[in-house]
Design a protein around this ligand. Structure first.
Ligand code: 7TS
Length: 424
């Protein structure tokens, strides 16, 4: 009888095992996931803001400073050559990760934000003129809005915005209508951080290319969840951040097609980006170094290489299968809460769930969840136009990574019920 009861109780939360994917084993690689917050085991559901780091990435930073530290590209001594090799090895790993044609197309920057600012202040300033138009969407992160607004203000160009429907999907016909002879760039988010929507980027790119318009993809929320192939996509620019991809903060990647990078003026001036300098004339270094002025975040780049190794070992297929299950389970469980409204119900979604609750402000819910050790984000998630579109001041957002579990989703749901009981 006892055995029977056990099996009944156990039936619900156990995940379908995925061959070669052991989430409990994987969780052991992330020291922070073993910590307690306010006396409870941490449930970390703020992965869209930043992901946690496996021990291999943490060790890479420590090992770099303990045994490898030197400035790169400049020295003939052993350590400088070692640091340079490690830094450049990551460039090749990034190239392979997103399947770029050449390492000349991989520029290290500080993050997605800097990558987009680089494109707006170099490609944008060189190619966009008064009266021209730049297309973005209603679901952009502020970092893919403000750089274009700054550019438009200074040169007299116009920003055009693709509207989204009530599920949080781009209205494709409206996008096609916006494309015209004045369009000089399309800059859209691959995967929305506040809605979870995965945009039909392939079709967006084909639509723009039919008008000879280049496309920049903000891939910050895409790279942690799915394999990106910039050659298949044929995107012209692609930006992402290391810290959302299990690597350190302060490092990001700009991919750009080589012919575009060749024609773009430098971004910042300084050491490393030059071939020769006289007071009369400076010539610039070859790609991609022309866009990497000054001493970069060498330790961060080296550790990003470890994050790429780590994700490759787990495999995107396994990550995808596990996250699809998490998203499905979380959507079902959260939808069963009567006063809960999901914001972002697109047919194609990454594991990100935004919601509001009747009569409880997201910040209050976030605080109540935090007291139970559950980390979610509340606010506008740097997508204020999305909040305006859905007529909400803010949302509570749970965003998942491959190390999250169904049991953690149960803790979230219990936590929300606890908050509802306190307020009602
Ligand atoms: N683009 C998207 C889609 C993002 O989600 C973010 C950060 C950025 C750009 C900016 O990235 P950064 O690394 O340059 O800062 N998103 C979030 C978030 O959702 N909560 O905190 C940061």
């Amino acid at each position: 009888m006892e055995e029977l009861l056990d099996s009944v109780v156990l039936e619900k939360p156990v995940s379908t095992p995925i061959a070669g994917f052991d989430v409990e084993r994987i969780r052991e690689d992330f020291p922070i996931l073993q910590t307690r917050v306010h006396g409870n085991p941490l449930v970390y559901l703020d992965n869209a803001a930043t992901s946690q780091k496996p021990q291999a990435v943490i060790d890479a930073i420590s090992n770099y400073y303990s045994g490898e530290n030197a400035n790169i590209h400049r020295g003939v001594h052993y350590l400088s050559e070692l640091a340079t090799r490690k830094y450049e090895e990551t460039r090749e790993k990034v190239r392979d990760l997103i399947n770029a044609k050449s390492i000349r197309e991989i520029v290290f920057v500080r993050g997605t934000t800097e990558a987009i600012n680089l494109v707006s202040s170099t490609y944008g300033r060189e190619n966009i003129r008064a009266g021209d138009e730049i297309i973005i969407s209603n679901m952009e992160h502020h970092s893919n809005i403000v750089p274009w607004q700054l550019l438009c203000e200074s040169i007299g160009a116009k920003l055009k915005v693709i509207p989204i429907n009530d599920d949080g999907e781009i209205i494709f016909d409206e996008y096609l209508k916006l494309l015209n002879d004045k369009t000089k760039l399309v800059a859209v988010v691959h995967t929305s951080n506040s809605l979870g929507t995965i945009n039909p980027v392939q079709q967006i790119i084909s639509g723009a290319h039919a008008h000879d318009v280049p496309v920049l993809l903000d891939g910050a929320q895409a790279v942690p969840h799915q394999k990106i192939n910039v050659q298949d996509l044929d995107c012209d620019f692609f930006a992402f951040s290391s810290h959302k991809f299990f690597g350190p903060t302060g490092v990001g990647v700009l991919f750009a097609k080589e012919d575009l990078l060749e024609k773009m003026p430098p971004y910042e001036g300084g050491g490393e980006m030059i071939t020769s300098v006289t007071f009369e004339k400076t010539t610039y270094n070859e790609l991609p170094h022309k866009f990497e002025a000054g001493t970069p975040n060498i330790a961060g780049v080296v550790a990003l290489g470890k994050a790429i190794d780590y994700v490759s070992e787990i495999g995107y297929e396994n990550i995808h299968r596990h996250e699809v299950e998490l998203l499905k389970y979380a959507t079902e469980e959260l939808s069963s809460i009567k006063s809960l409204r999901l914001i972002g119900t697109a047919a194609k979604k990454a594991p990100v769930i935004s919601f509001t609750l009747d009569n409880i402000h997201p910040h209050d819910m976030g605080t109540i969840l935090d007291r139970q050790g559950i980390a979610v984000r509340t606010g506008h998630h740097c997508t204020q136009p999305v909040m305006e579109r859905f007529n909400v001041p803010a949302t509570t957002r749970a965003s998942f990574a491959f190390y999250n579990t169904k049991e953690e989703i149960d803790r979230l749901v219990e936590g929300i019920h606890h908050g509802l009981n306190l307020f009602n």
